[in-house]
Design a protein around this ligand. Structure first.
Ligand SMILES: Cc1cc2nc3c(=O)[nH]c(=O)nc-3n(C[C@H](O)[C@H](O)[C@H](O)COP(=O)(O)O)c2cc1C
Ligand SMILES: Nc1ncnc2c1ncn2[C@@H]1O[C@H](COP(=O)(O)OP(=O)(O)OP(=O)(O)O)[C@@H](O)[C@H]1O
Length: 142
């Protein structure tokens, strides 16, 4: 059994999220997803969809075995509970691989940190970020 952790806000779901979770799932046999608490999303506009609703929707996705609501204060608390073998970062996640590896080592957690690629938008009009979807809604409905 190889346990994998992915994480993110997952506010309004789109194919980029699915691509990330499929790539993360390919690193092991069981995928756990940590869904960020609204109060911790401070590097961009906070999510519109409530915490538990985002958790429920992520858990319903095919590559996902279990979705967990993140801890409010310490992002390593769920990691200590899940005990993953691999943490997979998304292409644009601001977290630094080396800093996460150092924090894991300090806590005595033996876990690899990997980063995966982006699903890029081609000419097929797909909306591959929550921000893009919100911009489109504002453009077309406001
Ligand atoms: C290893 C790891 C564990 C995380 N655990 C939590 C957590 O417990 N609670 C939380 O609110 N955010 C947690 N986060 C942060 C968010 O999942 C996420 O990176 C960020 O807040 C949302 O931004 P994004 O959707 O742009 O990635 C964690 C991030 C990493 C890399
Ligand atoms: N197009 C994409 N291709 C691959 N991974 C993606 C894509 N969009 C989001 N992800 C990944 O999904 C996870 C959650 O992303 P997040 O919830 O921040 O969505 P987002 O669409 O990037 O949001 P926003 O547009 O608000 O920045 C992150 O790990 C992120 O890297």
């Amino acid at each position: 059994m190889t346990r994998v952790v992915a994480q993110g806000t997952f506010d309004i779901l789109h194919p980029g999220h699915l691509h990330y979770l499929q790539e993360a799932a390919a690193f092991g046999s069981e995928l756990h997803v940590i869904v960020a608490r609204r109060e911790n999303v401070t590097h961009k506009d906070p999510p519109i969809v409530p915490d538990r609703q985002r958790q429920t929707m992520v858990e319903a996705l095919d590559p996902v075995d279990e979705a967990h609501l993140g801890h409010t204060e310490d992002i390593f608390v769920p990691i200590e509970r899940i005990e993953p073998d691999v943490i997979v970062l998304g292409h644009d996640q601001h977290h630094d691989e080396a800093a996460i590896s150092d924090a894991l080592a300090t806590r005595g957690i033996d876990c690899a940190v990997e980063r995966v690629s982006a699903l890029e938008s081609s000419s097929d009009e797909r909306l591959l970020s929550t921000g893009q979807i919100i911009d489109r809604i504002v453009q077309r409905r406001c």
